[in-house]
Design a protein. Structure first.
Length: 174
Protein backbone atom coordinates (compact mmCIF):
# COMPACT_ATOMS: atom_id res chain seq x y z
CA UNK A 1 0.00 0.00 0.00
CA UNK A 2 2.67 2.49 1.01
CA UNK A 3 4.54 1.71 -2.22
CA UNK A 4 1.48 2.72 -4.25
CA UNK A 5 1.24 6.04 -2.41
CA UNK A 6 4.95 6.70 -2.88
CA UNK A 7 4.77 5.94 -6.61
CA UNK A 8 1.75 8.22 -7.02
CA UNK A 9 3.50 10.94 -5.02
CA UNK A 10 6.65 10.78 -7.12
CA UNK A 11 4.69 10.88 -10.38
CA UNK A 12 2.68 13.85 -9.16
CA UNK A 13 5.79 15.68 -7.97
CA UNK A 14 7.09 15.46 -11.52
CA UNK A 15 3.89 16.88 -12.89
CA UNK A 16 2.00 19.12 -10.54
CA UNK A 17 -2.48 20.32 -9.49
CA UNK A 18 -6.50 21.88 -7.23
CA UNK A 19 -10.56 21.75 -6.95
CA UNK A 20 -14.20 22.51 -6.10
CA UNK A 21 -16.99 24.96 -5.62
CA UNK A 22 -17.96 25.87 -2.08
CA UNK A 23 -15.49 27.32 0.38
CA UNK A 24 -15.29 26.13 3.98
CA UNK A 25 -15.78 28.72 6.76
CA UNK A 26 -14.10 26.66 9.47
CA UNK A 27 -13.06 23.08 9.92
CA UNK A 28 -15.83 20.51 9.86
CA UNK A 29 -16.49 18.96 13.25
CA UNK A 30 -13.67 16.63 14.25
CA UNK A 31 -11.21 17.92 11.66
CA UNK A 32 -7.75 19.43 12.22
CA UNK A 33 -6.06 22.50 10.75
CA UNK A 34 -2.76 22.09 8.92
CA UNK A 35 -0.72 25.30 8.66
CA UNK A 36 2.45 25.49 6.55
CA UNK A 37 4.22 28.80 7.17
CA UNK A 38 7.21 27.93 4.97
CA UNK A 39 5.03 27.54 1.87
CA UNK A 40 2.24 29.90 2.94
CA UNK A 41 -0.90 27.78 2.95
CA UNK A 42 -3.46 26.28 5.28
CA UNK A 43 -6.12 23.58 4.98
CA UNK A 44 -8.34 21.29 7.04
CA UNK A 45 -8.17 17.50 7.07
CA UNK A 46 -9.97 14.66 8.90
CA UNK A 47 -8.49 14.17 12.38
CA UNK A 48 -8.25 10.40 11.89
CA UNK A 49 -6.15 10.76 8.71
CA UNK A 50 -2.35 10.44 8.91
CA UNK A 51 0.11 13.08 7.72
CA UNK A 52 2.65 11.69 5.26
CA UNK A 53 5.76 13.14 3.65
CA UNK A 54 6.64 11.08 0.53
CA UNK A 55 9.62 12.23 -1.55
CA UNK A 56 8.80 15.26 -3.70
CA UNK A 57 5.62 16.07 -1.80
CA UNK A 58 5.21 19.02 0.60
CA UNK A 59 2.70 17.10 2.70
CA UNK A 60 0.04 14.48 2.23
CA UNK A 61 -2.84 13.08 4.22
CA UNK A 62 -4.18 9.54 3.96
CA UNK A 63 -7.01 7.52 5.34
CA UNK A 64 -5.36 4.86 7.53
CA UNK A 65 -8.07 2.38 6.62
CA UNK A 66 -6.34 0.14 4.08
CA UNK A 67 -8.07 -1.34 1.06
CA UNK A 68 -6.66 -1.99 -2.38
CA UNK A 69 -5.33 1.61 -2.38
CA UNK A 70 -4.96 3.98 0.56
CA UNK A 71 -7.03 7.08 -0.27
CA UNK A 72 -4.99 10.24 0.04
CA UNK A 73 -4.51 13.93 -0.71
CA UNK A 74 -1.04 15.22 -1.57
CA UNK A 75 0.22 18.77 -2.05
CA UNK A 76 3.02 19.68 -4.44
CA UNK A 77 4.38 23.22 -4.67
CA UNK A 78 6.98 24.26 -7.20
CA UNK A 79 8.43 27.40 -8.69
CA UNK A 80 6.70 28.34 -11.93
CA UNK A 81 8.33 31.72 -12.59
CA UNK A 82 6.02 34.10 -14.36
CA UNK A 83 3.72 31.44 -15.82
CA UNK A 84 0.01 32.10 -15.95
CA UNK A 85 -2.38 29.47 -14.62
CA UNK A 86 -3.19 28.46 -18.20
CA UNK A 87 0.51 27.98 -19.05
CA UNK A 88 1.10 26.01 -15.84
CA UNK A 89 -1.88 23.73 -16.51
CA UNK A 90 -0.73 23.10 -20.10
CA UNK A 91 2.83 22.32 -18.99
CA UNK A 92 1.66 19.94 -16.29
CA UNK A 93 -0.76 18.21 -18.65
CA UNK A 94 2.09 17.56 -21.08
CA UNK A 95 4.43 16.22 -18.35
CA UNK A 96 1.72 14.10 -16.73
CA UNK A 97 0.57 12.52 -20.00
CA UNK A 98 4.19 11.71 -20.91
CA UNK A 99 4.73 10.08 -17.47
CA UNK A 100 1.38 8.23 -17.46
CA UNK A 101 0.38 7.58 -21.10
CA UNK A 102 -2.79 5.68 -20.12
CA UNK A 103 -4.11 8.63 -18.07
CA UNK A 104 -7.44 9.98 -19.28
CA UNK A 105 -8.42 13.47 -18.18
CA UNK A 106 -12.06 14.55 -18.06
CA UNK A 107 -14.46 16.94 -16.36
CA UNK A 108 -12.15 19.94 -16.61
CA UNK A 109 -13.25 23.31 -15.34
CA UNK A 110 -11.99 26.60 -13.99
CA UNK A 111 -12.71 27.16 -10.30
CA UNK A 112 -12.17 29.67 -7.50
CA UNK A 113 -11.24 28.75 -3.94
CA UNK A 114 -11.04 31.60 -1.43
CA UNK A 115 -10.73 34.08 -4.30
CA UNK A 116 -7.85 32.24 -5.98
CA UNK A 117 -8.44 31.19 -9.58
CA UNK A 118 -7.67 27.53 -10.21
CA UNK A 119 -8.22 24.69 -12.65
CA UNK A 120 -9.66 21.27 -11.83
CA UNK A 121 -9.79 17.97 -13.67
CA UNK A 122 -10.64 14.35 -12.97
CA UNK A 123 -8.23 11.67 -14.16
CA UNK A 124 -8.30 7.91 -14.41
CA UNK A 125 -5.44 5.45 -14.82
CA UNK A 126 -4.24 2.06 -13.62
CA UNK A 127 -1.33 1.46 -11.25
CA UNK A 128 -0.27 -2.10 -10.39
CA UNK A 129 -3.70 -3.48 -11.38
CA UNK A 130 -5.58 -0.88 -9.30
CA UNK A 131 -7.92 1.43 -11.25
CA UNK A 132 -7.39 4.90 -9.81
CA UNK A 133 -9.52 8.01 -9.96
CA UNK A 134 -8.06 11.38 -9.05
CA UNK A 135 -9.22 14.93 -8.67
CA UNK A 136 -6.44 17.41 -9.26
CA UNK A 137 -6.57 21.15 -8.76
CA UNK A 138 -3.88 23.65 -9.76
CA UNK A 139 -3.34 27.24 -8.62
CA UNK A 140 -0.63 29.78 -9.42
CA UNK A 141 0.27 32.42 -6.82
CA UNK A 142 3.48 34.17 -5.76
CA UNK A 143 5.31 32.61 -8.77
CA UNK A 144 4.57 29.14 -7.41
CA UNK A 145 2.39 26.37 -8.74
CA UNK A 146 0.21 24.72 -6.08
CA UNK A 147 -1.17 21.27 -6.86
CA UNK A 148 -3.64 19.27 -4.77
CA UNK A 149 -4.21 15.70 -5.88
CA UNK A 150 -6.95 13.59 -4.31
CA UNK A 151 -6.57 9.89 -5.12
CA UNK A 152 -8.65 6.79 -4.48
CA UNK A 153 -9.35 3.49 -6.14
CA UNK A 154 -12.14 3.92 -8.64
CA UNK A 155 -14.28 1.57 -6.51
CA UNK A 156 -14.06 3.79 -3.41
CA UNK A 157 -13.72 7.26 -4.95
CA UNK A 158 -17.42 8.11 -4.59
CA UNK A 159 -17.27 7.63 -0.83
CA UNK A 160 -14.43 10.16 -0.58
CA UNK A 161 -15.95 12.94 -2.70
CA UNK A 162 -17.17 14.97 0.28
CA UNK A 163 -13.84 14.64 2.12
CA UNK A 164 -11.82 15.58 -0.96
CA UNK A 165 -14.04 18.60 -1.65
CA UNK A 166 -13.84 19.79 1.98
CA UNK A 167 -10.04 19.59 1.96
CA UNK A 168 -9.76 21.42 -1.36
CA UNK A 169 -12.28 24.10 -0.42
CA UNK A 170 -10.49 24.77 2.86
CA UNK A 171 -7.20 25.43 1.09
CA UNK A 172 -6.01 29.01 1.57
CA UNK A 173 -2.86 30.48 0.03
CA UNK A 174 -1.56 33.26 2.26
Amino acid sequence: MKRLILIVGILLAVAGGFACAEETEGPPSGWKTYQNDEHGFQLYYPSDWEKIYPAGIIVGFRDPEADEFQENVVIVIESCGGMSLEEYVAQNRQILLAAIPELTISNEKDIRVHGTKGHEWIGRWTLEDVNLKQKQVMFVAHQKGYVLTCSASENTYGGYGYTFDEIINSFVIE
